[in-house]
Design a protein around this ligand. Sequence first.
Ligand code: HEM
Length: 551
Amino acid sequence: MSVSEAVFSRWPILLAYLSRIMSVSIEDFGRLLAVVVALRAVCLISSCLATISISTALLIALFAAYAFHEIYWKRRKLPPGPVPWLVLGNMPLILKGQCIYDLWLSLKQQYGPVFTFWIGPIPLVMVCDCAMMKEYFVKYADVFSGRWRNFVTDSFMGGANGVVQIDGEKWREQRRFALHVLRDFGFGRDIMETKVMKEVDALVECLSLELGNQSRCVLDLSRPLSVSVGNIINSALFGYRFSQDSPLFFELQKALDRQSALVVQPIMGAYIVAPWSRHVPGLRGPWQRLMKNRDVLWSFLISQVEEHKKDFDPSIDAPDFTFAYLKEMHRRKENGYPMGHFSEWQLTMLLLDLWFAGMETTITTLKWGFLFMMLNPKVQEKIHKELDEQCPEQEAIAMADRTKLPYTTAAVNEIQRMANILPVNLLRTASETKTMGPYTYEQGTLVIPQISVALFDPVNFCEPQKFDPSRFLEADGKTLKKVDGMLPFSVGKRQCLGESLARVELFMIFANLMHKFRFSVADGQSTPSLIRKPGLTVSPQKYLCQIERRS
Ligand code: HEM
């Protein structure tokens, strides 16, 4: 083997192995590595100069400089973390198939509450502890509230549009407007409850129809749950509902599910770093599927905006979000006010964001919720007992009943905690260069509140893998406890925009279905799995549930 072959084939592998077996701090190891790399490069170059050509020597020097930059230089101001491989970063840790929640938690335990994980050449700084999250995302909210624009999100959103993937003035203006309009439609107020109750009634009726005159039946709950949650957001955005068997609704929901599964495939990293890779045979399949999916969603949303434009009458009260947005555009035009970032395309993409965020998250949480009930009959019994004792004559359960239903309310919290639906939170970036203690984040660095770690961290929740609603109750068993680390809606200015709606939906749907039915694994049926289906939001595997009418 020639000297240059030896250089290229052995030493990077040896160094990477060394990094894993040496128990020195990352900083010390970085310094050591830098010296080793530099010395090795100098030795090799000088000893090889006699036998190799100048171009090979140059190549070696360039490679040494590249390795030095990748392994030490670019990491020197960032929080510690596992040593990245050249090109792949820390991706091999994910590709090894370890449970991603366990991986984050073990990295937090190893490197501390703020650590760096390299996705190929891109550093992702994970802030995992509540105090640090408050420091970064509340105290310095203006710095750490940016989003990451990249080729994949830009292709999906037709540029910097919507509300989830944008930042700066456009995000502030559009988020403020969206919140204002949704509040007018009842988000966070009693009107919302009435609208959700209408869907709860339809859902109870649908399950009762499934039961017919039998006392129990077995079904896939995800369909009726999806239609109910879908109808709540659909009515707010477009002013109409889907029927329980609407083919269009299920086609759209499948498109959302496919999108959620596609965007977390590792190949997306290649499209982001090297957009041309989407044309390479053998690599282009997921890209084509993503674009096909996008077109299904775009054409639905474009048709909704077109329908609203046909019937548009600025003199009437806006019955839904799309109308309210068109009315705002009309008002600005008529009065000669600046249009700001308001446009029809922006509206279409804003609808896409609200529709996606408003459905996927809540449906997934509820699917986990009823699965946990099936698998924890004792918890279910306690909820039934509380409902029977506290609301004996009531036909329906309302938000106001939460005060007399502490265990049921705690169970909803525990469902959200255990469902932990976002293994990787939405990515945020530093909008300016910022030094935090020993670390400096260049503008554009990805820094995220990693809420999935907080929800499963034994520091916040004792025996975190145990489903136990009582962890949210004081010793008296009646008073709800505020628990640090319970952050399913995240923190800071980017905190979930639909939180108030989601809280109403989760409580009302869960409590009312529990009031009317019992959920269990049917005799002869295998116990449903708790293995998570990978996606942007992780849902349970498809499962069948036995429902029984409660007298
Ligand atoms: C169980 C239900 C839900 C959960 C667990 C949830 C959770 C989250 C989380 C963790 C974020 C990311 C915040 C961050 O960047 O750190 C988020 C953002 C967002 N959520 Fe939700 N969400 C839920 C329901 C909803 C609903 C019903 C809506 C719709 C109306 C909604 C709309 C949004 C939007 C628009 C954002 C982006 C906000 C921004 O970037 O400014 N979410 N949500």
